[in-house]
Design a protein around this ligand. Structure first.
Ligand SMILES: [Zn+2]
Ligand SMILES: [Zn+2]
Length: 366
């Protein structure tokens, strides 16, 4: 076995340590709450039953969303984003970046792309040999391009992206609820043990420790959860929050924002009954996303473009208004299975962008 292969296997094994740690803490919290607190410490049967029902409800939702976050395969660019074989060979033989970009621009005319590198070039992953769809980034830990990549999370040993972002938010939400519920219900027994109102049994250690652990996790999860809720409201990924995506009209941190309600629907779907369940209801296919640019097109297609005095004026395309592509329409109307790669109107939108002067520079990504 090659040494690099052994190293890679070791890395993969070690990457599970944080997940195993969380799993052990959760198993211990289950034992401490159910056995040591509810069975051995709480005297009232009624209180025991009520606590156990709610505890199991939150426990199941927490484990379910954690499981789905860990084991959802990150979504990758479809094969339409790979260069055709002949083009790929030409790209690899070509040494001049200008000519490489020409090959990419030709291939990209049939793809629904709205974002560029900071220098205006087509985003291409040399590692995966694929043109990156909008919001897609290469994850060095997973060694693959991940659609709408948010970040690589060591606590779930998985990339958080298009396929599991909703599950990740729910995982944070339910872990917060789980910890809050434990801390709130344990508090009175924590005080009783602390002030020696209850006898010194082995349950004392578990109950005291349970409160400390739950309170500690509450505080750390709350900040992360609040941040991600804010990101959902703005329709931004963590990567985009640090580096604004670049459109034809320049970088725009709100480029994918469609307004608060639509932004929420992008991640959680249109049907509120599924919002709290870790089942996939995010809108779109992960390859294309409605942009504010496209929305501006829709709103202003019938009227003459006039510069506005506010900051949005800069974001309205100066080129002739391109009609919204069918792919974008389908995305806006929540067709989860839209297959819009060869969309004719998307072509025309991109062709109008084709005439731009391109400064060649490959995007550097971590
Ligand atoms: Zn890649
Ligand atoms: Zn990753």
């Amino acid at each position: 076995m090659a040494p690099t292969h052994v190293l890679r296997c070791c890395q993969r094994g070690l990457a599970w340590i944080p997940v195993i740690f969380i799993a052990l803490v959760v198993c211990w919290s289950y034992y401490a709450y159910v056995v040591e607190l509810c069975i051995f410490t709480i005297p009232s049967i009624g209180e025991q039953i009520v606590y156990l029902i709610f505890f199991h409800l939150f426990f199941i939702m927490f484990v379910w969303s954690y499981w789905k976050t860990i084991f959802s395969q990150p979504a990758n660019p479809s094969k339409e984003f790979c260069l055709p074989k002949a083009e790929k060979e030409r790209y690899e033989k070509e040494e001049r970046p200008e000519s490489q970009q020409e090959i990419l621009w030709r291939a990209a005319t049939s793809l629904p792309l709205y974002t560029r590198t900071g220098a205006g070039a087509i985003r291409y992953c040399d590692r995966c040999q694929v043109i990156k769809p909008d919001r897609c980034h290469h994850c060095s830990a997973c060694d693959m391009c991940v659609l709408k990549m948010d970040h690589h999370c060591p606590w779930v040993n998985n990339c958080v992206g298009f396929s599991n972002y909703k599950f990740f938010i729910l995982f944070l939400a339910y872990s917060l609820v789980y910890c809050l519920f434990i801390a709130a219900t344990v508090l009175q027994y924590f005080i009783k043990f602390w002030t020696n109102e209850l006898p010194d049994t082995h349950a004392k250690f578990h109950v005291l420790f349970l409160f400390f652990v739950a309170a500690m996790f509450c505080i750390s999860i709350l900040s992360l959860f609040s941040y991600h809720l804010w990101l959902v409201g703005k329709n931004r990924s963590t990567i985009e929050a640090f580096r604004a995506p670049v459109f034809r009209t320049g970088s725009d941190k709100n480029g994918f924002s469609l307004g608060f309600r639509k932004n929420i629907a992008q991640v959680f779907g249109d049907q509120k009954k599924y919002w709290l369940l870790p089942v996939f209801t995010s809108q779109g296919d992960g390859l294309t996303f409605p942009t504010r640019l496209v929305n501006a097109d829709v709103e202003q297609a019938a009227v003459t473009l006039q510069p506005e005095p506010n900051e949005r004026a800069a974001e309205v395309p100066v080129s002739p208004v391109s009609p919204v592509s069918e792919s974008q329409n389908r995305l806006l109307s929540n067709d989860q299975h839209a297959n819009n790669i060869g969309d004719h109107q998307a072509d025309s939108t991109l062709k109008s962008a084709d005439g731009e002067t391109i400064t060649v520079s490959m995007e550097s990504e971590s």
